[in-house]
Structure formats: structure tokens, C-alpha cells
Design a protein around this ligand. Structure first.
Ligand SMILES: Nc1[nH]c(=O)nc2c1ncn2[C@H]1C[C@H](O)[C@@H](COP(=O)(O)OP(=O)(O)OP(=O)(O)O)O1
Length: 175
């Protein structure tokens, strides 16, 4: 089974009164348009597979730096997701969010970063399961879920079948 991570950096967007912009204050999330690998062409958070000896948290920090050049800190665990394929556990994914980071998001070979208001997340251009759990993560809740796919490898071409999802999960003492 693959162990992987996703990281969702958040920032507050406030209107600049000098420009007469009358949109409401909102949170924005840093998404990437993935340029290669699993889920290529879709939006997701920065993230990827754990390397040898790495903790999930270290992986999320490394992947965010490699993919979009952002140095994230103080990651808060927001979710644990199991993706199954044809009844077998395929990927276990640790989900983090953070409001602490240094640097400006920069495109790489792997990803094109984009700040998106949290109520404008393009769920129609993401993994089908994301609309089920990501809104809760972006609102500050915690989630644990299993999402079942069918139809054989690769996972991103399989059909999403069904799921179980729990909210308000405690991740204390977990990486
Ligand atoms: N159903 C799903 N919903 C979702 O939102 N993200 C998923 C997902 N299934 C896998 N992922 C994410 C988790 C992880 O960030 C990434 C793993 O994809 P890959 O195996 O292509 O890894 P990457 O190529 O990004 O990583 P590295 O090869 O380690 O750089 O895909």
C-alpha cells in the first residue's frame, strides 16, 4: 500500500478598499494543477508519496517545497483517507492544513499553483472523492474516510463506487 500526503496552505484574503473591490473577506486555499503522476491535469493540494524513513509530516513539507517552492510550518493534521481499489487498500493519505508558510508559490515541472477562494474550489476538476471531504477540511474540521474505487489500475482511471466518512475525528498524538 502506498502512503502519501496532501497539504492545504490557507490564507485570508481581504479586499483592498482603495480599488473599490466589494467582495467579502474570505479564506483562500493554495491548490495545484498537477502536471504529472497520478491525477495529472486535475487540481489537488501539493503532496506525494512518502520516501524511506520520512514521517508523513516531513513528506508534506518536502512535497510542498518541491512542487510549489513554499516552506510550510506548523502543519495541522486534518484527515486520514484510505483509497481502496477493487477491495484492496491502495493508498493511505495523511491530510494537513496550515496558515504558516514562507515564500511565494512558484510553478514547477510537477505543479502549477493557484490561490482559490474556498467557496470556489473547482470540484469538477478534482478527484471525485474530494467534494466529500475537502469542504470540511477547509472549514477547519477533521475527517477520516474510506473511498472505494473499482475497475483496475491506474486509480485515477477507476470508477468511484462508494465511501464512509467520519467528521470531528481526534488526531492527537498522531503524525
Ligand atoms: N482519491 C484521491 N483523492 C485525492 O484528493 N488525492 C489523491 C487520491 N488518490 C491519490 N491522491 C493523491 C495523494 C498524493 O498526494 C498523490 C499521490 O500521487 P502520485 O503517486 O502521483 O505521487 P506524486 O507523483 O505526486 O508523488 P511523488 O512521486 O512522490 O513525487 O495523489
Amino acid at each position: 500500500m502506498i502512503e502519501a500526503t496532501l497539504c492545504f496552505p490557507l490564507r485570508e484574503w481581504t479586499p483592498d478598499e482603495r480599488t473599490g473591490d466589494d467582495r467579502e473577506r474570505t479564506d483562500e486555499v493554495l491548490l495545484i494543477e498537477k502536471r504529472r503522476g497520478l491525477g495529472e491535469g486535475w487540481y489537488n493540494g501539493p503532496g506525494g508519496k512518502l520516501e524511506n524513513g520520512e514521517t508523513p509530516r516531513e513528506c508534506a513539507v518536502r512535497e510542498t517545497r518541491e512542487e510549489v517552492g513554499l516552506a510550510v510550518r506548523n502543519l495541522e493534521k486534518a484527515g486520514e483517507l484510505t483509497f481502496t481499489l477493487d477491495g484492496d487498500r491502495h493508498t493511505f493519505c495523511h491530510v494537513y492544513r496550515t496558515r504558516s508558510f514562507d515564500g511565494e508559490p512558484t510553478p514547477s515541472d510537477e505543479a502549477r499553483p493557484e490561490w482559490v477562494p474556498i467557496d470556489e474550489v473547482p470540484y469538477d476538476r478534482m478527484w471525485e472523492d474530494d467534494r466529500l471531504w475537502l469542504p470540511a477540511v477547509l472549514e477547519g474540521d477533521t475527517v477520516a474516510g474510506e473511498f472505494r474505487f473499482e475497475g483496475g489500475e491506474p486509480l485515477d482511471e477507476a470508477d468511484f463506487a462508494d465511501h464512509d466518512l467520519e467528521r470531528d475525528v481526534s488526531f492527537e498524538d498522531r503524525s
